[in-house]
Design a protein around this ligand. Structure first.
Ligand code: X8Z
Ligand code: ZN
Length: 601
């Protein structure tokens, strides 16, 4: 998701020129000085943010040497600005200020994603690396004798082929795009850490952990607590899926260590296993609704899919998307140029020039992703009257969870409401439905956690450059029980084959979102006075649920996320018990199936 604060913060580098370099000072400052400073920062961020967002948009939509050059210049400029402001904000540390002013100053000081060292050359170097890494990913292709395949084409093989050799080739083929990223990534880590230390953080990972309205040192335990709630369900799913894949592919392909080779799970990163549903579904499950087929039958093109998703949000009382959204978004992959196809939502002017950029496939996966992206856009517009510093999510997990929460309401009832099916299937098919959803959501959870476990260890030095790839696979093994399907070495750089590593997007937000969306769904269904199983609840057209949701969206980041949680959930805690509730019948079934199997890895 890209919105102004994300852009500012993601691009935040330091290039303080000596004449501009404002160090913390002991000069007496007043509340009025702090107020004036905040106003200046907010005004500058609004203006410069729009400029930077338009350049970033062009860079992502037209990957050329020139757009990369412009992108790097823009990152350099924004970085210098936001780190200058972060340093200036320290001048007010000792002042007695209102909670609101203190919060805004803390966001200026601590809300950065990447900080560069206080050295113009290093800042420029870091900016160039960042722009280049994202472009390398966006333009990445696997070529054999001049025949090149992009990520979309290789992903299709991974999702659709059941041929072990074809799967392996697509899997390793995509990973040929990343070894060249490795030296750049290593240098980026060095520079970013230097910058983070200058701002008073131990390293860049520590800076990331500081953004959750709680002591940064307690945040990892909080993640552990949530993971512990979900892990038994994941373990049961992994065991069953491994067993069924062994039946299909044979023990020779699977091995006997309890882990699943990463190329067999239907997704390039083994983060969503929906595509292997047919291989692992309950034998007596009736047919589940095939949304991909329904979209085709009803002649849905990319635009109609987006219109339909918009209709869900407007049914909750939100205003329709502005005309400019339809004029300026990118919905389909251009044939004649390289673009960053990884889906994103943009907030160009921080008011209402909101857009998505997506290479939409007409299938269920992308139908859900469209809801995900529009969740960002509707959030962005809902908080557009707050201080620019608050125009972001209550925390970043909230921002990622909103669209997914709405997509959890794509139930049979909803599909009937919008005319895609005529009859609501009987509940005898529910186990299949739950299995499909678990392959999408539960399979993701350990992946969502491990990406930043890797990055935090890289930033702290616990994983050294000589062990980048080994460290990645150790975590993949440990958390997911997923293994590399072929020998990997430090000649490879497999983390770089996942967008968010070269794109420098923190990933813990998605782990949180996968917990929060179920918690939000349960609470909104309560507000809608829905009675029955959670996976059958849809909040489509429900005013009470819509009101609750809108209230949270409109808060932005003005209050600590715990306050937003209280509005939606009458609780101040993130809680994965809704995940457990939602999948309870599937857990019972999985544990029956797994009886006598040698689970674990
Ligand atoms: O990156 C995304 C969104 C954009 S914020 C498409 N997601 C993660 C991913 O693709 O790895 C959504 C789910 C996880
Ligand atoms: Zn997102």
């Amino acid at each position: 998701m890209k919105h102004l604060m994300t852009l500012l913060l993601a691009m935040t580098l330091i290039a303080c020129q000596p004449q501009n370099n404002t160090k913390p000072t002991t000069d007496a400052v007043t509340v009025a000085d702090a107020q004036a400073f905040l106003e200046r920062v907010e005004k500058t961020y609004l203006e410069e943010g729009e400029y930077a967002a338009r350049i970033a948009w062009i860079q992502a939509n037209f990957i050329t040497d020139d757009s990369i050059w412009l992108g790097a210049k823009s990152i350099e400029k924004m970085g210098a600005l936001s780190v200058k402001f972060a340093n200036e904000a320290k001048r007010f540390d000792a002042l007695d200020l209102s909670d609101d002013m203190r919060r805004r100053l803390n966001i200026i000081k601590g809300g950065l994603t990447i900080a560069a060292p206080d050295d113009a050359e290093k800042n420029a170097e870091l900016a160039q690396i960042m722009a280049k890494l994202e472009a390398m990913y966006g333009a990445g292709k696997y070529c054999v004798e001049g025949d090149c395949k992009n990520l979309g084409q290789l992903s299709r093989v991974i999702a659709e082929s059941r041929d072990h050799a074809a799967l392996l080739e697509a899997w390793q083929g995509w990973r040929t795009v990343s070894p060249d990223m490795r030296p750049k990534y290593q240098r980026m880590v060095e520079l970013a850490n230097e910058g983070a230390r200058e701002l008073g953080f131990a390293d860049t990972g520590a800076m990331w952990r500081a953004g959750y309205d709680m002591p940064a040192s307690e945040f990892p335990q909080e993640l552990d607590r949530l993971w512990t709630q979900v892990k038994p369900l994941y373990d049961s799913l992994q065991c069953h899926v491994r067993t069924k894949l062994t039946e299909h592919f044979g023990a020779e392909v699977m091995g006997d260590d309890g882990m699943i080779p990463a190329h067999l799970l239907g997704n390039m990163w083994a983060q969503d296993w929906t595509a292997v549903y047919d291989l692992v579904k309950p034998a007596d499950a009736g047919s589940t609704i095939d949304v991909t087929a329904l979209l085709a039958e009803h002649d849905y093109d990319a635009k109609k899919m987006v219109k339909t998703a918009e209709g869900f949000f407007t049914s909750l009382g939100l205003d329709p998307l502005p005309e400019t959204f339809w004029q300026r978004s990118l919905f389909t992959k251009p044939q004649d140029r390289d673009v960053v196809c990884h889906a994103s939502a943009w907030n160009i002017d921080n008011v209402d020039d909101i857009r998505i950029k997506m290479c939409i496939k007409e299938d269920y996966e992308d139908f859900v992703t469209i809801h995900h992206e529009l969740g960002h856009n509707f959030y962005q517009r809902a908080y557009n009257d707050k201080s620019i510093l608050y125009r972001t999510g209550a925390n970043d997990g909230f921002h990622e969870a909103i669209g997914d929460t709405v997509a959890l309401s794509i139930t049979p009832q909803y599909l009937k409401d919008i005319g895609l099916i005529d009859e609501i299937p009987a509940s005898s098919n529910d186990l299949g439905m739950l299995m499909k959803k678990a392959l999408e959501k539960i399979a993701f959870v350990p992946f969502g956690l491990l990406v930043d476990q890797w990055r935090w260890q890289v930033f702290s030095g616990d994983i050294s450059p000589a062990d980048y790839n080994a460290g990645w696979w150790a975590l993949r093994n440990q958390y997911q029980g997923v293994k590399a399907p072929m020998a990997r070495s430090e000649d490879h750089f497999d983390p770089g084959a996942k967008y968010h590593i070269p794109g420098n997007t923190p990933y813990t937000r998605y782990f949180l979102a996968h917990i929060l969306q179920f918690q939000f769904h349960r609470e909104l269904c309560k507000a809608a006075e829905f009675e029955g199983d959670l996976h059958r609840c849809s909040i489509y057209n429900n005013q009470a649920a819509g009101d609750k949701l809108n209230k949270v969206l409109a808060m932005g980041a003005e209050r600590p996320w715990q306050d937003a949680m209280e509005v939606i959930a009458n609780s101040r805690e993130m809680d994965a018990s809704a995940v457990v509730d939602y999948f309870a019948p599937l857990k019972v079934w999985l544990d029956e199936q797994n009886q006598g199997r040698d689970c674990g890895w």
